[in-house]
Each structure stands twice: as structure tokens, then as C-alpha cells.
Design a protein. Structure first.
Ligand code: 4AD
Ligand code: MG
Length: 476
């Protein structure tokens, strides 16, 4: 039988049962004849306290003679240990603790440099997030990054729960692609060619000689492929890595992020907006119900008021506004912005901030954007100027979801693709969906890291993914 996790141990009664604890030492405190080790295994935020007491015969000689004394002497912050003992009721703030009677040190973590090994870097109680980014391979051992990882895990599972319950089928779309799903050109190229490849002219590559016989990229979105399956299975969703070579060095952009993209046949923009709102509320509720301890930590140390905000948002209706009305609202407050808002411009993050924090005081769904600033696949409104787009904006962060009803009319889609300079031959497979059995359909994409930022209050997106990739940053 396997030994219990600390999360399981902390839920047991302190009835004297014998057990073993595995984990890493967070802190060590020594009194004359007592040693306290706080041991954490990442299964939950809390550590379990293990108490080593000298044999009752007393005196220092007896302490030295305890069978575990030699092992205990090697224990410092960060050491990996297995401790045996009895689970007892605790007098302190914890409900239970371990009255330890044995310890094995599996791996030491020297507090000072020795023998060519530098000191264990996580010595202080608090380190800056910048410093921790440089040791991303160790930062999961801190309270903050352990909590982020657990919230990520819970919400990934919740995303599957949400869609599976609604009859959506999980679809794996390709990571390597020959198509630009967003038509925005911010793609990373995938190639096995190098400048030494025979037959490559000095001014460019002969991609017919490349691995796939053509130019290929890392995907910016699984949407186009998801549309093909929605046109067969009715409701599908993807949940996978996405890559964007945007050189935007902000606290909300990564070059590699995870996106969840539902695509629904026989659905219009209204249905899509309801689905997005229900989805976010389901995720917030899952976090509130199942990550209470971690959220309390974020509340206390990262962003005050975060749990109350999640609770309120989970219970209230999102505000709906058209792009045109949003611009009017912003124009009224015009002087306050660096970028003056006007009809036709993309909403800047300061505008998104204003709409959510000042106009609505909560999440806002903006619809009907000008077609020029949105992707080619969005369904055009009858006004000839706007498209059935929807962006879900939230306070602090701005856009968390982007989506639309899709253009299902072959002629209008082909025309829009030509207008935006796309090669319609290359996307002939996508146009086939409109040639054969076309249906109204809609979908959206939620950036998983933006969700985790919103739920945890973490200010920088680099701190909610284990190994951040951003312009100039691909460490580890
Ligand atoms: O608005 P976007 O670009 O929409 C799409 O990719 C559509 N194909 C989605 C769809 O309709 N199926 O991206 C969707 C979401 C954004 O709202 C944002 O949350 C996130 O993906 N996102 C990013 N997250 C982190 N870093 C980046 N560079 C991101 N770019 C977009
Ligand atoms: Mg967007």
C-alpha cells in the first residue's frame, strides 16, 4: 500500500495511528530537546508538523543517543525526507501533527555551498517573482507556485467537466500546421532546413526540400480544424498549446500558451456568449469550492478581495455592450487615455480596463467590432461594416476570451479572404465546409493562463505557467 499524501494525513483524526510522511522540509526549528520540521509534499498548501522529542530519560546524552539523531542532524530547509511516527492531536493551530520516531534523509539540500554544490537557493521565506523565474525548476516548491500549479490542475479538469457534461467532444488539433488560423502572420516557422541545405538559393529557402515539402508553422489556434469537426460531431472543444510570435513584452502575453476552444454547430452569437459566460462561472465556482485553501493564500498574499470578486462574478450577469456603444462611452472619458478612442480603432488595454472597471464594474462582453480589426472568418453583419465578434473582458486583465459566429456563406467568406490577401486555394479545405452542408456555427477561445491570472490575482502571466516562453525568454 502507498503511504498517504500530506493532504490526506491532515484530514485524519489524531488517533495515534502509525504512518509515514514523504516530502521536502520547509522549515526547521530547534528547542533544547525538541525539533520541529514542517514538511510539505505539494499535495496541498499546508505542511505537516513533525516533532522529534528526546527520550524521556532526558539530558543531552540521551538526545544524542536517539536512533534518528544522526539523520536529523543532516536536515536543512529543502531536504527530502521520509518520517515515521504517530499521528496525534496538536496543541497548536494545526489539528494534527506527527510525533516522529524515525527519519530517513533521501536528499540533502545544503544551506551553504560545499563540494562544488551551491547552497540551496530557496532559503528565505519570501523571494521576488523575478528571482524565482530564474530558478523555475525549483519554484514549484514555494507556497505561491505550488498554489498556482494546483489551481491550474483543478481548472484544467473543470474545463473538461464543463464541456463533457454538455455533450462536447474533446478534439486534438495539430500543433504543426501549414495554415495561419488568425490570418495575423505572427507564426513560428517549423523547418529542418538550414542555410547549408544543398539547393537552397542564398536569398531564400527551397521549401519543397523541407521536411513537409512546404512551409510549416506552429499553430496559433486550433479553430479552423475544430470547425471541420464541429461540422461533423456538432459540438467539439480543443485544449492544447498555442504559439504566437508576437513581440509583445507585456504581463498578459506569452509566446507559448494553452487555449481552450469550443466550436458549436447550429449556434449563433447569442448562444456563444451564453456558453462563454456559463463556462467562466463554472470555472470560478470550481475554484471557490475546491481550491479554497489556495485562494485564501492568494487573498492574503497576492490580491486582496479576490475570492469575493470571484463569488460576485459567479452570481451576476455579465454586461453586454456593442463596440459602437463602447467607443461612445470611451469618447466621453476621452481625456483620460494615452490612445484616443475612435470608431475603427482596436481597444487598447487602458480602454478595456475602463470598460470593465469604470463602466460595468465587472466582466463585459463587447460585440460587433469593425471587420477590419477582426479575423477573416467572422460572420459579417448586414451593415457591411461590423462582424459578429465577441470579446469577454474582465477587470485587471482585459480580454480573457475572444470568439465569434463564423461566416457560413461561401461567397462572403471567399470575398473576405481575398480582401485580406489570403490565398483561397490554400484554404480550399476550409471553404469546403461552406460548399458542403454548411451550417451556422460559433466558437471562442479562452487563454488558459489569462484565466489562471484572473483567478489567482497573479500580476504576471509568466508566473502562472511552469516554464514561460516569451520574447527573449526560453530558459530551461
Ligand atoms: O482572441 P484570440 O486571438 O482568438 C483566437 O485565437 C480564436 N481562434 C479563438 C476562437 O474563436 N476559437 O485568442 C483567444 C484568447 C484570448 O482572448 C486570450 O485569452 C488568449 O487567447 N491569448 C493569449 N494568451 C496569452 N498570450 C498570448 N500571446 C495570447 N494571445 C491570445
Ligand atoms: Mg482576441
Amino acid at each position: 500500500m502507498t503511504d498517504p499524501l500530506i493532504k490526506e494525513i491532515l484530514a485524519l483524526p489524531g488517533d495515534g495511528r502509525e504512518l509515514r510522511v514523504h516530502g521536502w522540509v520547509r522549515t526547521r526549528r530547534d528547542l533544547k530537546n525538541l525539533s520541529f520540521l514542517e514538511v510539505n509534499d505539494g499535495s496541498c498548501l499546508r505542511s505537516v508538523q513533525c516533532v522529534f522529542a528526546a527520550p524521556p530519560a532526558g539530558g543531552d546524552p540521551a538526545w544524542e543517543a536517539a536512533p534518528w539523531a544522526a539523520a536529523l542532524a543532516r536536515v536543512t530547509t529543502g531536504a527530502a525526507v521520509v518520517i515515521s511516527g504517530r499521528l496525534t492531536a496538536s496543541g497548536g493551530s494545526q489539528t494534527v501533527e506527527i510525533a516522529a520516531d524515525g527519519i530517513t534523509v533521501l536528499g540533502e539540500a545544503p544551506a551553504e555551498a560545499s563540494g562544488g554544490i551551491p547552497a540551496y537557493p530557496l532559503q528565505k521565506k519570501r523571494h521576488s517573482f523575478e528571482f524565482l523565474r530564474e530558478i523555475a525548476h525549483l519554484r514549484a516548491r514555494t507556497n505561491t507556485f505550488g498554489a498556482v500549479a494546483r489551481v491550474r490542475n483543478r481548472l484544467a479538469f473543470a474545463a473538461h467537466e464543463f464541456f463533457q457534461k454538455r455533450g462536447y467532444q474533446y478534439l486534438n488539433t495539430p500543433v504543426i500546421t501549414a495554415s495561419d488560423a488568425e490570418g495575423a502572420g505572427a507564426m513560428f516557422q517549423v523547418t529542418t532546413l538550414d542555410s547549408g541545405t544543398p539547393g537552397s538559393p542564398p536569398d531564400g529557402m527551397d521549401y519543397t526540400k523541407d521536411f513537409f515539402g512546404k512551409k510549416t508553422f506552429l499553430t496559433v489556434s486550433g479553430q479552423l480544424e475544430a470547425e471541420t469537426y464541429a461540422a461533423a460531431l456538432s459540438r467539439v472543444y480543443t485544449f492544447g498549446p498555442t504559439f504566437r510570435a508576437e513581440n509583445s513584452n507585456t504581463t498578459r502575453h506569452l509566446a507559448e500558451f494553452w487555449m481552450i476552444e469550443p466550436e458549436t454547430a447550429f449556434m449563433d452569437l447569442d448562444g456563444n456568449m451564453d456558453l462563454a459566460e456559463d463556462f467562466l462561472k463554472f470555472l470560478f465556482t470550481a475554484a471557490l469550492n475546491d481550491c479554497a485553501e489556495d485562494l485564501a493564500f492568494f487573498e492574503a498574499h497576492i490580491e486582496k478581495g479576490i475570492t469575493e470578486t470571484l463569488r460576485l462574478v459567479a452570481e451576476s450577469r455579465f454586461t453586454h455592450i456593442t463596440y459602437t456603444d463602447a467607443i461612445k462611452e470611451l469618447e466621453k472619458a476621452g481625456a483620460a487615455f494615452d490612445y484616443r478612442p475612435s470608431w475603427g480603432c482596436d481597444l487598447q488595454s487602458e480602454h478595456e480596463k475602463y470598460l470593465t472597471e469604470k463602466t460595468a464594474g465587472g466582466p463585459v462582453i463587447v460585440t460587433g467590432y469593425p471587420k477590419e480589426i477582426k479575423a477573416f472568418y467572422m460572420k459579417q453583419n448586414d451593415d457591411g461594416k461590423t462582424v459578429r465578434a465577441m470579446d469577454v473582458l474582465v477587470p485587471r486583465l482585459g480580454e480573457i476570451i475572444g470568439g465569434s459566429e463564423r461566416e457560413d456563406n461561401l461567397d462572403r467568406l471567399t470575398e473576405r479572404m481575398r480582401e485580406t490577401g489570403m490565398d483561397t486555394e490554400h484554404y480550399s479545405w476550409y471553404l469546403d465546409l461552406r460548399r458542403y452542408g454548411t451550417v451556422p456555427h460559433a466558437g471562442f477561445g479562452m487563454g488558459f493562463e489569462r484565466l489562471i491570472q484572473y483567478v489567482t490575482g497573479m500580476a504576471n502571466i509568466r508566473d502562472v505557467i511552469p516554464y514561460p516562453r516569451a520574447a527573449g525568454q526560453a530558459d530551461f
